[in-house]
Design a protein around this ligand. Structure first.
Ligand SMILES: C[C@@]1(CC(=O)O)C2=NC(=C\c3[nH]c(c(CCC(=O)O)c3CC(=O)O)Cc3[nH]c(c(CC(=O)O)c3CCC(=O)O)/C=C3\N/C(=C\2)[C@@H](CCC(=O)O)[C@]3(C)CC(=O)O)/[C@H]1CCC(=O)O
Ligand SMILES: NC(=O)c1ccc[n+]([C@@H]2O[C@H](COP(=O)([O-])OP(=O)(O)OC[C@H]3O[C@@H](n4cnc5c(N)ncnc54)[C@H](O)[C@@H]3O)[C@@H](O)[C@H]2O)c1
Length: 221
């Protein structure tokens, strides 16, 4: 490689310490969330927000067919207008996903430090990133590359989705029911631990006759 190119790479790649994100699962049900922009990227983020039952307002002069349908079905509010700082006053989470850097920048400037902020084209100014997500019943798997490659995050999500299939989700939901039953009905601590461990065993899952086996375990332990 030519010296100039190497100098360029050194300047671009050397950023010092890697900043680690702190993963959390937010309860955003019924919380006001404002998405600025109504394009493909906005629509993708909206689908994730709706799964978590957020109260969404979209601010954009034009919107995808998908977003328009969601608005018509009453799943979100679409304000057909360009962004102004007032739009985000009440928001707990703000997502800027317009195709105009200046507008996204203006959203970042208008946001309060205590609002959760995601700028689709500026991870450095965002205070959270959106991971690639798999949902299987109560199981959630989130993959983040910290902005290194959203495409790789998507690929890893697809690989994991094959292993953790719908059947796995049913198993997780079954475990939830069993755990509640055990916590309420089995007083002996040793027995409780043994039961919880047995039903979480991979071989238990693979045998497939979960309910029958759980009933049997309740009797033998
Ligand atoms: C995971 C996922 C979740 C979601 O968005 O729901 C997600 N991006 C996805 C897809 C995707 N994004 C992009 C492409 C085109 C190919 C490419 O560029 O690689 C594709 C592929 C596609 O669309 O197929 C372009 C892109 N993305 C960002 C920038 C700006 C920049 O990095 O500066 C640019 C350049 C824009 C430009 O051209 O200017 C930034 C972010 N994207 C993130 C998340 C956050 C970091 C996550 C992480 O690294 O783990 C972060 C930092 C902020 C955020 O958005 O939260 C979702 C996959 C969902 C799934 O399928 O499961
Ligand atoms: N984070 C990610 O995952 C990711 C992935 C790909 C692209 N991007 C970035 O996301 C942005 C959006 O991409 P897209 O493909 O959804 O764009 P798009 O062209 O499909 O949609 C742009 C939307 O922005 C709206 N808009 C434009 N000016 C506005 C204003 N002043 N106020 C409110 N809304 C306004 C438009 O009406 C439209 O709905 C781009 O900046 C792109 O670089 C991010």
């Amino acid at each position: 490689m030519k010296k100039k190119a190497v100098d360029f790479c050194t300047a671009v790649f050397y950023k010092g310490e890697i900043r680690m994100g702190y993963p959390v699962m937010l309860n955003i049900a019924n919380q006001p969330i404002v998405v600025i922009g109504g394009g493909k990227v906005a629509e993708r983020k909206i689908h994730g927000l709706l799964e978590a039952k957020a109260k969404i307002t979209v601010v954009a002069p034009s919107a995808t067919e998908g977003i328009q349908q969601l608005a018509a079905a009453g799943k979100l509010i679409w304000r057909q207008k360009t962004f102004s700082p007032d739009d985000i006053k009440e928001a707990w989470i703000v997502i800027a996903a317009t195709n105009n850097r200046d507008v996204n920048e203006a959203v970042a400037k208008a946001a309060h430090p205590y609002q959760l902020l995601n700028i689709a084209d500026d991870p450095e100014r965002s205070n959270f990133h959106v991971p690639a997500v798999i949902r299987r019943g109560r199981l959630t798997i989130a993959v983040s590359t910290g902005g290194a490659s959203p495409t790789v995050a998507q690929q890893i999500r697809r690989q994991l989705a094959e292993w953790y299939d719908d059947d796995y989700g049913r198993y997780i939901d079954f475990l939830y029911e069993c755990r509640q039953f055990i916590l309420q009905n089995v007083n002996d601590e040793k027995k409780r631990k043994k039961l919880l461990k047995s039903i979480a065993d991979e071989s238990f899952r693979q045998r497939g006759n979960w309910e029958e086996e759980f009933r049997r375990l309740l009797q033998v332990y």
